[in-house]
Design a protein around this ligand. Sequence first.
Ligand SMILES: [Zn+2]
Length: 302
Amino acid sequence: MTDESMIDEPRIDPAVQVAGAEEIAPDLLVIPNHRVELVPNIGIIGGTRAVLVVDTGMGVANAEQVLAFASEVAKGRQLYLTTTHFHPEHAFGAQVFAGQATYLVNRAQADDLKTKGTGYLEIFRGLGGPIVRRLDGVQVPTPDEVYDDGYDLDLGGRTVRLRPTGRGHTKGDQVIEVPDDGVLFTGDLAETGQFAIFPWLPPHDTDVSGVGWLAVMDRLAVSGPRVVVPGHGDIGGPQVLDDVRDYLRELRDETWRRRDSAMGEDEIVAEVRALLIERHPEWVGQEWIEPGVGCLCAEHAA
Ligand SMILES: [Zn+2]
């Protein structure tokens, strides 16, 4: 994600379509992103007592729709909100839930919101057109509750586990597990049908870690989910995690092999980019390869 490539690209309106919600387990809905860029997969997980919403969509109007839909599903049950990480299409609608839901996140994500939220609001406003409109009136949200090591949220007859993963796609990623149903919400630690998103934006943000991300994927695979809801793209089985891990290994190994031979970074980018596009011709998001290589070059030196 160089600033240029982000800004040059024409953008479509990142509108959440609540009407497309799918029940993937009893009282567990996903509003799929239909592969629309900058729309996340959004979860609504119910118990007898309460309902948890996972991610808001970008901006006030999207979040208002998600809140209205979740309230309809909840039928008077208490509402909670969590976000997988601080990025605008996942968390920058949370203000709408104030007073209606308890907004709960992990400590590292709360720190990301505080230290980087305003900067990302500016970066995303720079994307122009429909994104600017979606971000109109948006304030960087402040969580109601922040947890440290992990949080088991009892929704009544169904407990949901919120688990920080350590540094990966961002410094403050968390995953949401629904153990009884074997469902895992990964946020942007996993996507399908596209190259992994590396928000490597030196000097503004260098928190993404290819090495850390790989370690996270290894741990998530061991947890053995049956259903994986990625941050963007199609819902799938455990293979979703394997595919991301394989890609990250490929990106790392191809980058580091060239780095070992003292090749310059521009040449590495060109070669690795061509190679990975050839291996994954059907994937979108080719612009994410370059920052991925940049991140791993920096980590090779470290
Ligand atoms: Zn993200």
